[in-house]
Design a protein around this ligand. Structure first.
Ligand code: AMP
Ligand code: MG
Length: 328
């Protein structure tokens, strides 16, 4: 059993091919990089339309899989940018019709949990999902993945990207800020914005820009932003563990590539006697393999959609999606 998965929720177009044992047989990805500013949804969608056909061929070739050996086609149905989602969904529908294979809708956030869950071998971990557009603490309970805490304004990655662009850099900002932060020495005071189980970043963005205008160095700003923002995420993750009486955490999303975030969460979890797992970076960022793997799980539980009911859902909530492959 082999599933081909298509990811296109935001800046990354990606096709992954995964076996029923969760072996990643082949992945081909291409990220849209705006020459200046942030992501423009329609430009990103045009990029995806252009690259996806080739990515399908590349993924098949890397996986040594022929089209007729693909048993199902999965696609990210949401949440994400409408035009980008539609580009991926259109390719998935076409392949499903051309190959006569079932079409499997997948929630992007659930896919981050599922790939981390299978790779970690942890049965019921909490997910800290820290990406460009999303920042959520997710845990399974009674038939669904529940969002226990999340950002009240922008996603952490968008915050890092905006800040870096304002400081004169280019998208994506997270990896560049990580390098800059290693040179920082002074911890500047920034708004620490935790509200119960939720976080917010726009105040920190404003304060960082004000500090920049008054002469703070880029390395010190990067260092202070990382320490403060990741402490906020670590705090709400710890509170979620305590409330849910859980002891395992997996990470997902592009910001989960960050070494400081990984270390801070690991120290917190291990301090509580639990286990932390972060997937390899290529599977933390948006990728087709996680969509394919979740497609396997959904397909195994009888989930599929006819093409006419396969509209994308840009605002699809993690906690509204049924996950019949998980026992209650
Ligand atoms: P995603 O939306 O999950 O594909 O993740 C993209 C986001 O991850 C962008 O906002 C990047 O700036 C951010 N990102 C990628 N690598 C890192 C890193 N090493 N540290 C912090 N943020 C990162
Ligand atoms: Mg993502």
């Amino acid at each position: 059993m082999v599933v081909l998965g298509i990811e296109s929720t935001a800046h990354t177009a990606s096709v992954g091919i995964v076996s029923e044992r969760a072996e990643v047989l082949g992945v081909a990805s291409d990220m849209y990089r705006p020459s200046k500013g942030g992501i423009h949804p329609r430009e990103a969608a045009n990029h995806h339309v252009e690259v996806l056909p080739d990515l399908v061929l590349q993924a098949l070739e890397r996986a040594h899989v022929r089209p007729r050996e693909v048993d199902a086609v999965a696609f990210a149905q949401g949440p994400g940018l409408g035009p980008c989602l539609r580009a991926g969904a259109t390719v998935a529908r076409m392949l499903s019709l051309a190959w006569g294979r079932p079409l499997i809708p997948v929630n992007h956030c659930v896919a981050h949990v599922e790939i981390a869950r299978v790779l970690s071998g942890l049965d019921d971990p909490m997910l800290l999902y820290a990406s460009g557009g999303n920042t959520q603490v997710i845990s399974y309970a009674r038939g669904r993945y529940r969002v226990l805490g999340e950002t009240l304004d922008i996603g952490i990655g968008n915050f890092l990207d905006k800040l870096w662009i304002e400081l004169g850099g280019t998208f994506p900002g997270g990896p560049a800020l990580e390098l800059e932060a290693r040179k920082g020495t002074e911890l500047l005071t920034l708004p620490y914005s935790v509200h119960g189980m939720d976080v917010a970043f726009s105040g920190m963005l404003t304060a960082s820009l004000a500090l920049n205008a008054s002469g703070s160095t880029r390395p010190d700003l990067a260092y202070s932003v990382e320490v403060t923002a990741y402490a906020m995420l670590t705090e709400i993750t710890e509170r979620a563990l305590a409330h849910r009486r859980r002891d395992a955490v997996v990470l997902g999303g592009g910001v989960a590539c960050n070494e400081r975030l990984r270390t801070m969460v690991r120290e917190m979890v291990e301090g509580r006697g639990g286990a932390m797992f972060a997937p390899p970076r290529s599977l933390c960022v948006d990728n087709g393999a996680m969509i394919a793997w979740t497609g396997h799980l959904a397909h195994g539980a009888g989930v599929s959609v006819p093409v006419e009911d396969s509209a994308v859902q840009p605002r699809q909530r993690t906690d509204l999606v049924r996950t019949p492959w998980r026992a209650d």
